[in-house]
Ligand binder design. Structure first.
Ligand SMILES: NC(=O)C1=CN([C@@H]2O[C@H](COP(=O)(O)OP(=O)(O)OC[C@H]3O[C@@H](n4cnc5c(N)ncnc54)[C@H](OP(=O)(O)O)[C@@H]3O)[C@@H](O)[C@H]2O)C=CC1
Ligand SMILES: O=C(O)[C@@H]1CCC=N1
Length: 272
């Protein structure tokens, strides 16, 4: 398959992670463009990745095979209405915005090949994971191109139902922030227990990395790996009992419900 030309419309945090991951994977700078109002951000991207950047969205998408809409949900409607007259029929739109539905995007852009995707920022290190949903206008070759881009920066999983994207957003789109929060909290707790802050941070981060790699590479599930750390009547059991007494699992469920509900709410508020 030939390498598609990809234009990012909006090149903030998430697009910069995807661009960094694609470049690290060996995608040529000439195959990537970014359109972004911020002059400083444009210069940063040019310097870091050697890609062409534009201050004008219509110019940036001319001749692109894939157009990744990476603006905030709040500006998506205005961006789409501006882009619509400049789109060629065979260009595939990939929206990474939380909440914004295919129906809304089709309302603004016209009926066309659309992929909704929920990536996450570890894409920068090619350790991302994305949920993808394609509308029926996306051909199998176009689907393969979209998958080629997202699988270059991590795991790409196709979804059967568009509605599942709210759950993907709650689990993995927002998910890196939950793990960062746990690292922050463990670092603070380690410091409270008498460790230098830097040591507490190193212990917390390396433990997260090691645990994630074990969960990913082991042939047993996370529950069994946890049991293997938890000696009867030992230190881990004391900590886990404390988490459970504080309602840890219920709190995680509530937090993910809040994220998924917010995704549905954004669709409702901004989708018209
Ligand atoms: N951050 C994350 O972890 C993830 C984010 N997403 C989704 O990605 C999208 C972007 O989020 P994120 O990267 O965090 O947000 P950012 O605000 O970091 O990036 C959005 C960028 O779009 C630019 N922009 C604003 N208006 C326009 C316009 N009219 N044309 C072109 N570019 C414009 C902004 O410039 P300026 O700042 O100058 O306004 C900004 O640089 C959102 O829809 C979000 O739901 C999805 C998965 C994970
Ligand atoms: O917080 C947000 O709304 C975006 C979507 C997923 C991660 N960041």
């Amino acid at each position: 398959m030939s390498n598609p030309i990809i234009t990012f419309v909006g090149a903030g945090n998430m697009a910069a992670s995807l661009i960094g991951g694609l470049r690290a994977q060996g995608v040529e700078a000439s195959a990537i463009r970014a359109s972004e109002p911020g002059t400083e951000q444009r210069e940063r991207l040019q310097q870091a990745h050697g890609i062409a950047t534009f201050g004008n969205n219509a110019e940036a998408i001319a001749g692109a095979d894939l157009i990744v809409l990476a603006v905030k949900p709040q500006v998506m409607k205005a961006v789409c209405l501006d882009l619509a007259p400049h789109l060629a029929p065979n260009q595939v739109i990939i929206s990474i915005a939380a909440g914004i539905s295919c129906a809304s995007l089709e309302g603004w852009l016209g009926e066309r090949p659309l992929v909704r995707c929920m990536p996450n920022t570890p894409a920068l290190l090619r350790q991302g994971v994305s949920g993808l949903f394609a509308n029926p206008r996306v051909s199998s070759a176009q689907k393969a191109q979209a998958e080629q881009v997202l699988s270059a920066v991590g795991l790409a999983l196709w979804l059967d139902e568009e509605s599942q994207l709210d759950a993907v957003t709650a689990v993995s789109g927002s998910g890196p922030a939950y793990f960062f929060l746990l690292i922050e909290a463990m670092t603070a707790a380690g410091e409270q227990l008498g460790l230098p802050r830097e040591t507490a941070a190193q212990l917390s981060i390396q433990t997260a990395l090691g645990a994630a790699r074990m969960a990913s590479e082991s042939d047993v599930d996370a529950a069994e790996l946890r049991r293997r750390v938890t000696s009867p009547n030992g230190t881990t059991e004391a900590a886990i009992k404390t988490f459970q007494a504080g309602g840890f699992e219920a709190l995680v469920q509530q937090a993910l419900n809040a994220a998924a509900n917010r995704s549905a709410e954004l669709a409702e508020q901004l989708g018209q």
